[in-house]
Design a protein around this ligand. Structure first.
Ligand code: PLP
Length: 415
């Protein structure tokens, strides 16, 4: 036995430290399908509680859509359960190619390659395209999976201040002599819900001969007039060289991701991206479900339109009630509480009122920026939003924060 008492004690102490810091993450078990109304066992062992889900990435309400479920069943019957192989050996079906074409058409790119997840897409893409002669210049708030992907790549790395175009330009000038310069950003930033300035970034990339990379996981399917993503919202379709995104959020919510963009770039990923070469891709049952999601979305824009209406309604309601929000034009609406304990207590009280929304605090968001991140869905009806609003206001009154400014909340609760 090599797991000595010394090691055991060491890990026990580390876990204790996490608990004492108040940042120990606990799962809440859901006993129903993902939807606006869910049944949750929390704390573990307690009776099931019916609550409104305000923190899923189920933006379009498609996670349990009957047509998607039916398509998944059909896919299971027609193409089986598992591939038992990676793509380039014997793990590619006709439907994988069909999905790649669908995504290419939807995003308005040249080609697409599927990955087991967007985390894997981001883990593979940089190392496949860049060498130590190159530079990656990323926004300081990019998603953790991009940070990990950059760590796996031998290119140099630099950052620019969040959405600060002057700073980005300085960095592009500084690194002008590199072979390839790649500017890297999220489309919608997941914690704040703000949208990258892709039009300006595309112009800067043009001016300084740089590639532009966008992770549109929190945008694909619903941001922009027809839901293509932040490149549509920013009038930059055709100007983004590399888009990564996930099927695990708005696009059915099961799993899978992709790299979409310039033809040669996608082909390079097919030759060199390690999570593509050495890990099974998306299972046939999920591919069939995602294909149906694209069918639904190509028919009309009803769902993204409803999502937009719901998001506006929710933002307006909270704002009129006197909460401090982060500005934005997405279904991610952070209710700012600043103090970590207040965010946790607020979340607990919401749950007691039948509203499921999680508190976020350091290290997930910067110190002193604790919040409840709410996420709106086309699966919400107005009655869901009204009930949630009522609960937020009730608890806001309990903690006497309605109408207070950021400074006043901080003065009252500290950081
Ligand atoms: C959720 C998310 C991912 C990870 O997606 P998976 O397909 O679940 O791995 C990657 N990037 C961003 C920006 C995300 O929000």
């Amino acid at each position: 036995m090599s797991y000595s008492d010394k090691m055991k004690t060491m890990y026990q102490e580390q876990l204790e430290t996490i608990k004492n810091a108040g940042i120990f993450k606990e799962e809440r078990y859901i006993h129903s399908s993902q939807a606006a109304d869910i049944e949750v066992e929390f704390p573990t062992g307690s009776d099931l509680k019916k609550v409104i889900n305000m923190c899923a990435n189920n933006y379009l309400g498609l996670s349990s859509h009957p047509d998607v479920i039916k398509a998944a069943h059909t896919g299971l019957d027609m193409r089986g359960y598992g591939m038992s192989s990676v793509r380039f050996i014997c793990g590619t079906q006709d439907i994988h190619k069909e999905l790649e074409s669908k995504v290419t058409e939807f995003l308005g790119t040249e080609d697409t390659i599927l990955f087991p997840s967007c985390m894997d897409a981001n883990a593979g893409v940089f190392e496949a395209l860049l060498t130590s002669e190159d530079i990656m210049i990323s926004d300081r708030l990019v998603h953790a999976s991009i940070i990990d992907g950059m760590r796996l790549c031998s290119a140099e790395h630099d950052t620019f201040k969040h959405s600060n175009m002057e700073h980005l330009e300085q960095k592009l000038q500084l690194h002008q002599n590199k072979r390839i310069k790649m500017v890297i950003t999220d489309g919608v930033f997941s914690m704040d819900g703000d949208i990258a300035k892709l039009d300006e970034m595309a112009d800067l990339c043009q001016k300084y001969d740089a590639l532009l990379f966008v992770d549109d996981s929190h945008a694909s399917g619903f941001i922009g007039k027809t839901g293509r993503g932040t490149h549509e919202y920013c009038n930059a379709i055709g100007k983004i060289d590399i888009i990564t995104t996930t099927f695990g959020k708005a696009l059915g919510g099961a799993s899978g991701g992709c790299v979409s963009g310039r033809k040669e770039i996608v082909e390079m990923c097919r030759q060199k991206a390690r999570p593509y070469l050495f890990s099974n891709t998306i299972a046939p049952v999920v591919v069939s479900g995602v294909l149906e999601v694209f069918n639904i979305l190509s028919g009309n824009t009803e769902r993204r339109d409803k999502l937009e209406k719901n998001s506006d309604y929710w933002r307006k309601g909270l704002s009129e009630a006197g909460f401090v929000l982060k500005d934005g034009d997405s279904p991610i609406v952070p209710v700012m509480l600043f103090n970590a304990k207040l965010a946790q207590d607020f979340s607990k009280d919401l749950f007691a009122e039948g509203i499921y929304a999680i508190g976020f605090f350091f290290p997930v968001v910067p110190n002193g920026q604790a919040r409840i991140r709410t996420q709106i869905s086309a699966g919400h009806e107005i009655h869901h939003l009204d009930k949630a609003l009522e609960a937020f206001i009730k608890i806001g009154k309990k903690y006497e924060i309605l109408g207070l400014t950021k400074q006043e909340i901080i003065a009252k609760y500290g950081l």
